[in-house]
Design a protein around this ligand. Sequence first.
Ligand SMILES: Nc1ccn([C@@H]2O[C@H](COP(=O)(O)OP(=O)(O)OP(=O)(O)O)[C@@H](O)[C@H]2O)c(=O)n1
Ligand SMILES: C[C@](O)(CO)[C@H](O)COP(=O)(O)O
Length: 237
Amino acid sequence: MLHAAPHTTHNLHHTVQKSYAIIVAGGSGTRMQSAVPKQFLPVNGLPVLMHTLLAFRKSQYTPNLIVVLPDSHHDYWAQLCSQHAFTIPHELVSGGPTRFHSVKNGLKLVPDDALVAVHDAVRPLTAPSIIDAAYKQAGIQGAVVVAVKSRDSVRQVKGPFTQSLVRDEIYLVQTPQTFKASLLKASYEHPYHENFTDDASVAEHAGHTVHIVEGSYQNFKITFPEDIAIAELLLKQ
Ligand SMILES: Nc1ccn([C@@H]2O[C@H](COP(=O)(O)OP(=O)(O)OP(=O)(O)O)[C@@H](O)[C@H]2O)c(=O)n1
Ligand SMILES: C[C@](O)(CO)[C@H](O)COP(=O)(O)O
């Protein structure tokens, strides 16, 4: 079940827990229909994945960064880092056949007593203040997702019937999805199921309550070709 959490300030507590961020970039981007995987496409001259890492670098929690990439992309990424003089420290991990398997590979580098955020490499427009709010709430509540209220009316389709849902109860889930690492690591020990579309669904399947941190409509996932132009506009602001 999802529970809304009050919006929080972003001041750190005195005791700051070790923080990690797993940036998943193991996908092939079929919907983008581009020869170059979308996480490497330039947005205002810089690859999408670098924008994403820069956003996490700005977090007050200074997370240790783990980037999950298919083995076949590691050399290309090294080439891009050298070309752009990109020196933000991060560890590289092998991608898996699905997002679930990619996250699971990243979790191997995360200690049990840390906080861990899982984030789509292809969401480069996440505000550092939202990343901070997610770490803070995860430290308190254990499992949180960044999400926004639906701006459209929503209908559920079941066979030939459709039914309107109460819009104020509908949240659209984004990343980062942030957890006490011990909770998420144990959840990811459950066998893969195709309904696991995100980390919250894995944690929920393991019996945990997932809370919401208010996100931003700008924090969208680059999925289709037109999304690159939108990201370029928003990142210029
Ligand atoms: N095996 C996979 C599949 C996806 N991802 C990552 O999960 C995020 C969200 O996935 P999505 O947007 O669906 O990316 P793709 O799978 O690359 O895109 P598509 O579904 O269009 O093929 C992306 O950052 C993607 O790189 C991953 O790390 N490993
Ligand atoms: C994790 C996610 O971005 C939350 O909205 C989303 O579920 C990823 O889905 P995709 O089908 O892998 O794009």
